[in-house]
Design a protein around this ligand. Structure first.
Ligand code: LLP
Length: 435
């Protein structure tokens, strides 16, 4: 992955930094973000439609992982941002991210969040439902502004991925149904609202998708819908956001999908449809999260208790777990790992890597092959940039871990480790409990 190497001591290096030293300097668990890899992936996405005749823009899905430092990198790399809450918007605002490049998602935006976004002057609202549309028009009127919107529709496509991360099917809490006519109805109403400027459509068919043909189907359904909108309402749709969702290989068993293939399939689909229906070619908006940040992250843990249950298995406990990476517990997600201070040693046994939480489901890796290990060795779990830190918790009173950005031999903390003080910093004791 990325800028990883093994140095002469048999230590894993990332971004020119020795991970064993990073663990010593910053402590563990530690999330390492490889800056060059993030930038490379941003660039790859930003330029992926080049030469296809399709105008494209890429916005990063903040939910995968967001910090102020990352906002600065994304800004420099020319990406936009998809935020789903006032909180994510606030992080972007605090980092000085250009607000015209921000898209606001969410199936239940609050009036306060909509006001915040209108005041900030964000680029696009991705309208999810009728209630939101009315509220947005009302609040925009109040502020004397116009809101630029995309409509999120559910194209009725079931991408083959884990049930919890499927989103494109008709029975979904997200978006406006196409088949049942709700999407058309909402857009019809929007076309009469004075403070709503209809810019385009959005769909997101799921996450960790390997079958790129799902995107062909989505493109076709969306273009057909653009055609219907033109026929019924006389409105030309200029922007098509096809969501994110490109899968990444977490283990050797997962395929590697090429986003160039994705772009070629989408471009081909849209061009054919545009020609067939005599529609203008819309601008495409890509909305990846995982693809940008997943492979750029690596988590370091210190190995603690090694428990051998004779004839059954060996449990290898590390100093983090479901509090810093809930994906194995939640989605049965698989990861690969190595012992970073013994990167050259041959694997001799199979262990089950578990976290330190009081929860049997707190497993990180089933059946990992590793060399002889002892407490204090450092385990590096790969591909942990996406949906790990952003889904972290303080379960069992574990402080959230630190995040370090590495590049060219330099390592800088971008999120400091939580302290025990942080754990109680928002607690208040009612006076009557003072004895
Ligand atoms: N756009 C929308 C509207 C989304 O809902 C999502 C992800 C994305 C873009 C980015 O998808 P990506 O490119 O990262 O696949 N926590 C789960 C994933 C949930 C994804 C939610 N939506 C996981 O850890 O696998």
């Amino acid at each position: 992955h990325g800028t990883m190497q093994i140095n002469e001591n048999g230590h894993l290096m990332i971004g020119g930094c020795d991970t064993v030293e990073l663990a010593r300097e910053f402590g563990t668990p530690l999330l390492i973000i490889d800056e060059a890899e993030v930038r490379r992936r941003c660039f790859e996405y930003r330029t992926v439609f080049r030469g296809t005749g399709i105008e494209a823009e890429t916005i990063y899905a903040s939910k995968a992982f967001l910090t102020m430092a990352l906002c600065r990198i994304l800004k420099e790399e020319g990406l936009g941002l998809d935020v789903v809450s006032g909180g994510e918007l606030f992080i972007a605002q605090s980092a000085g991210f250009p607000m015209d490049r921000v898209y606001f998602h969410g199936n239940n935006k609050t009036p306060e969040e909509i006001k915040q976004a209108l005041e900030a002057g964000i680029g696009r609202f991705v309208v999810d439902n009728m209630q939101e549309l009315q509220l947005l028009n009302y609040l925009a009127e109040e502020q004397g502004v116009t809101a630029n919107v995309l409509f999120r529709v559910t194209p009725g496509i079931e991408a083959h991925t884990h049930e919890y991360i499927q989103t494109g099917q008709s029975d979904s809490k997200f978006g406006l149904g196409l088949a049942n006519g709700i999407a058309m109805e909402v857009i019809r109403i929007a076309s009469r609202l004075p403070r709503i400027n209809i810019c385009g459509l959005h769909c997101h068919i799921g996450s960790q998708i390997f079958n790129l043909e799902s995107f062909r189907k989505a493109g076709e359904v969306m273009m057909d819908f653009c055609n219907e909108i033109r026929r019924e309402l006389g409105i030309e749709i200029r922007e098509l956001n096809l969501g994110g969702g490109i899968g990444i290989p977490y283990t050797e068993k997962d395929p590697e999908v090429s986003i160039r293939d994705y772009a070629l399939i989408v471009a081909d689909t849209l061009k054919k449809k545009a020609f067939q229906l005599n529609l203008p070619l819309p601008k495409v908006i890509n909305e990846p999260g995982r693809y940008i940040i997943g492979p750029a992250g690596t988590t370091l843990y210190t190995i603690g208790v090694i428990k051998e249950i004779p004839g059954i298995r060996t449990y290898l406990s590390v100093d983090g777990g479901m509090t810093d990476n809930i994906r194995p517990a939640l989605y049965n997600a698989r990861y690969e790992a190595i012992v970073t201070n013994k990167a050259f040693k041959d694997p001799i046994k199979t262990v089950t890597v578990v976290g330190r939480c009081c929860e049997s489901g707190d497993m990180l890796i089933h059946d990992l092959k590793i060399p002889e290990v002892e407490p204090g060795d450092i385990l590096a779990v790969f591909c942990t940039g996406a949906y790990t830190y952003s889904m972290a918790s303080n379960y069992n009173g574990l402080p959230r871990i630190a995040v370090v950005l590495v590049n060219d031999g330099e390592a800088e903390v971008i999120v400091r480790r939580e302290t025990y003080r942080d754990l109680i910093s928002r607690d208040q004791i009612p006076a009557r409990l003072n004895l």
